[in-house]
Each structure stands twice: as structure tokens, then as C-alpha cells.
Design a protein around this ligand. Structure first.
Ligand code: ADP
Ligand code: MG
Length: 247
């Protein structure tokens, strides 16, 4: 479902992704771990083309894009079609503050995809049920806890009917007691067969929810394998050193 082949990305002189390849099968869940600055967010942003790679290929489902230094930027229309396949949830909640919870969830399908308001309202209530927030439909984001905001952000991403979901430290900004309710929603998505990449510092979660764990450092994939094995019995010195901070 997701295929990354030889992706490279620099910002000026700083080479951030040095040669990344990775695959996620349909319904697969990959956890992506590594020290701060190793390129995890940049890789996720490349997966939905918020950041355009310098080189390499990104495929999501049947949509593939090949990048090559010196080639033209993809057309906006192609970028939009590609991005609509990929839902993303960030560390900060990015909800629209002037819209109710329901309006936040309906906004993308109605304005980006041109869907009808009635069908979208039905979908939005279904998704708010799924994240346990139906009763908050008419509330504005400022009245929600961080965990509730993040669950709305997940519902909003799902409203676009993405083929894959990407989570970039979705629980890092939350008070500890609110982390569990968000992880529970992610766990449920995994059990329903959503294809996902999870950047997380919740190491137990990275081990238990994902089949595969990828450890990145300095723009490279250093180690990759069954999540339980990588996290409990890492083979590379760099992986061992990183994981030792969590024990
Ligand atoms: P991680 O998510 O693993 O912490 P990032 O992908 O955010 O790592 O960042 C990797 C490196 O790329 C960092 O050194 C960061 O400062 C740099 N970087 C990320 N985005 C940009 C950008 N838009 N412009 C310049 N440097 C960037
Ligand atoms: Mg990051």
C-alpha cells in the first residue's frame, strides 16, 4: 500500500533523508522511531507530499510519483489527488478554532472533495461515534481537552476516506492521563485494517500495535524488522543506545 524507494531530501546543505526505502503492506502498521532530528517527520511529510522529495519514488495504493533533481514540480491537481489518499495527524491539533467539532470533521469532504452536506454530516457523526465524541459535535475546540482535540483530528482525517493514515507524535503534546484514549483509537483503527505509519515515543505502543518497527538515525534506516524483535532485542548498536533511554 505504501512504497518508498530511494527517497532523498535536503534542505539547503543539510541532507535530512539520505536514501530511504520502506514498504507497508495493505493493512500493515509500521512504527517509526528514532532520535529527534533523524528525519522521521520529514519522511512522513514526504509520504503525503507536504514536502517534495529531491529524488526517489513514493507510491500510495495505485498513485505513484517519481522525483528527480531538476524535474518539474508535480501539478497542483496531482498533488491534491495524492494527498487526499493520505490522512495525517500531527503533534499539535491544528483544528479550525472558529468551527465546531462537527464542522471541523465536515470541512474537508465538503470543501475539498465537493461532497454533499447531508451525506457528510452522516459520515461525520459516524466518525465522531467511532472516536467517542458524538456528544461534543456542537462544541468548539477551545472547550475540549487535548485528548479530545486529537480524537477530533483523527475523525477529521478519516472523513477524507484516506487509504493510509500517518501519525506524527500524535500523543507527545498530551498530558500523560490523556495519552491512552488517543492510543486506543489508533489501536482500533489498526484492528480494522487501516494501513498506518506511527511516529511515536510510546515504545510499548510501537511494539504492541505495529507489526514492523523501523529505527531511523541521521537520515538513514538503521534497523527494521518485526516490532517486538527490534524493540526487545535490537541488533544495531545505535538502536540499542536509543532504546536504552526508555528503560
Ligand atoms: P524528526 O522528526 O526525526 O525529529 P525532522 O524530520 O523533523 O526530524 O528533522 C530532521 C532535520 O531536518 C532536522 O535537523 C531539522 O532541523 C531539519 N529540517 C526539517 N524540516 C526543515 C525545513 N523545512 N527546513 C530546514 N530544515 C529542516
Ligand atoms: Mg518529528
Amino acid at each position: 500500500m505504501i512504497e518508498v524507494e530511494h527517497v532523498k531530501k535536503s534542505f539547503g546543505p543539510l541532507s535530512v533523508l539520505k536514501d530511504i526505502s520502506m514498504r507497508v503492506p495493505k493493512g500493515g502498521v509500521v512504527s517509526l522511531i528514532g532520535p529527534s532530528g533523524s528525519g522521521k517527520s520529514t519522511l512522513l511529510r514526504c509520504l503525503n507530499l507536504l514536502t517534495i522529495p529531491d529524488e526517489g519514488t513514493i507510491r500510495i495504493g495505485t498513485h505513484a510519483m517519481r522525483f528527480d533533481r531538476g524535474h518539474r514540480m508535480p501539478k497542483d491537481k496531482d498533488l491534491a489527488a495524492f494527498r487526499s489518499k493520505v490522512g495525517m495527524v500531527f503533534q499539535t491539533f491544528n483544528l479550525f478554532p472558529h468551527m465546531s467539532v462537527l464542522q471541523n470533521v465536515m470541512e474537508g469532504p465538503v470543501t475539498v472533495l465537493g461532497r454533499g452536506k447531508e451525506e457528510t454530516r452522516v459520515l461525520a457523526f459516524h466518525l465522531l461515534d467511532k472516536v467517542g465524541l458524538r456528544e461534543k459535535a456542537d462544541v468548539y475546540p477551545e472547550r475540549l481537552s487535548g485528548g479530545q482535540k486529537q480524537r477530533v483530528a483523527i475523525a477529521r482525517a478519516l472523513a477524507m476516506k484516506p487509504e493510509v493514515m500517518l501519525f506524527d507524535e500524535a500523543t507527545s503534546a498530551l498530558d500523560p492521563e490523556l495519552v491512552g484514549e488517543v492510543l486506543q483509537v489508533v489501536r482500533q483503527l489498526a484492528s480494522e485494517g487501516m494501513t498506518m505509519v506511527l511516529v511515536t515515543h510510546e515504545i510499548a505502543f510501537a511494539r504492541d500495535v505495529a507489526e514492523t518497527c523501523v529505527f531511523m538515525r541521521d537520515g538513514f534506516v538503521v534497523e527494521e524488522g518485526p516490532a517486538r524483535q527490534v524493540i526487545e532485542d535490537p541488533q544495531q548498536a545505535a538502536t540499542k543506545a536509543f532504546l536504552s533511554h526508555f528503560h
